[in-house]
Design a protein around this ligand. Structure first.
Ligand SMILES: Nc1ncnc2c1ncn2[C@@H]1O[C@H](COP(=O)(O)OP(=O)(O)OP(=O)(O)O)[C@@H](O)[C@H]1O
Ligand SMILES: [Mg+2]
Length: 255
């Protein structure tokens, strides 16, 4: 029965969402995400991916139904406790939402500084992660002077720097080339290996097919639950047979 609920990071039951007086853009949504799972979220433009993400990071409340995060019913969580819940969630917004007046370094440092991390640690971790995503020469740059793909990488670094328990990334590789897209996916997988539950919304069908993660699919506001997919990195025994990673796999172990 529900004695396993503490291992559920996200639980939606009969959830519906409408904006204002408009039609329901999400209907009868039921799913659960177990701690440590990794899912893709797919669906055509307008299918409701970002809306589902908004519910998961508590930017909106559902019009109907029940949402639990980390085993707690969001509807009865007090305003005082919401920031605590939110701090456990890292979000890569589809439109980045970087702070314009802060440098790349300071944008990424923000979650660590909020958590009162010592400045020497902040410097070490932020520099290491920014180097890893190829932005070592742009640490002092303001977002407005960066390309779309560079801003996207800053947003990713900021979302993962404090090692959230749940990472929600909305089209996080939409503006980078294929090589960088796979590099970023490896970063998400490494974070996941260290315990973070991950959901990646994407239009990139090639990524979805090549990486062996279950797919949540939205079709005009209806969610289809994962069918077990087999990626090219799984051999016949289901063992992970991918080649050694092209980077230091300990890159996230400092966190
Ligand atoms: N703020 C809003 N007010 C009114 N309707 C909205 C709002 N945001 C989204 N919608 C509607 O909700 C539906 C789902 O939008 P959503 O942004 O969740 O789709 P999506 O799957 O993320 O699309 P994309 O792939 O283009 O990012 C669409 O019909 C959209 O018009
Ligand atoms: Mg979207």
């Amino acid at each position: 029965m529900s004695n396993l609920s503490s291992d559920l990071v996200v639980r939606f039951e009969n959830v519906g969402l409408r904006y204002g007086l408009g039609p329901e853009v999400l209907q009868d949504i039921y799913f659960e995400l177990e701690a440590g799972s990794f899912h893709f979220l797919t669906g055509a433009s307008g299918a409701g991916k970002s809306s589902l993400m908004k519910l998961m990071y508590m930017a909106m409340r559902p019009t109907r139904g029940l949402i639990s995060l980390f085993g707690r019913d969001v509807a009865i969580t007090s305003r005082k406790d919401l920031p605590n819940l939110r701090r456990r969630v890292g979000v890569v917004f589809q439109e980045y939402r970087l702070l314009d007046h802060l440098s790349t370094f300071d944008n990424v440092a923000l979650p660590l500084r909020v958590a009162d991390t010592r400045e020497a640690e902040v410097r070490k971790h932020v520099e290491e992660l920014l180097t890893w995503v190829g932005l070592e020469n742009h640490m002092k740059a303001k977002p407005a002077t960066l390309s779309g793909g560079q801003q996207q990488r800053v947003a990713i670094a900021r979302a993962i720097i404090a090692r959230p328990r749940l990472l929600l990334a909305d089209e996080p590789t939409g503006n980078v080339d294929d090589r960088m897209a796979y590099r970023l996916m490896h970063l998400f997988e490494e974070l996941n290996r260290l315990g973070t539950t991950v959901v990646i919304a994407t239009h990139n069908q090639q990524l979805v097919e090549r990486l062996a993660h279950p797919v949540l699919h939205l079709d005009e506001g209806h969610l289809q639950l994962p069918t077990k997919t087999r990626g090219i990195y799984q051999d016949n025994d289901g063992e992970d047979s991918r080649p050694a990673m092209p980077y230091d796999p300990d890159v996230l172990n400092y966190l």
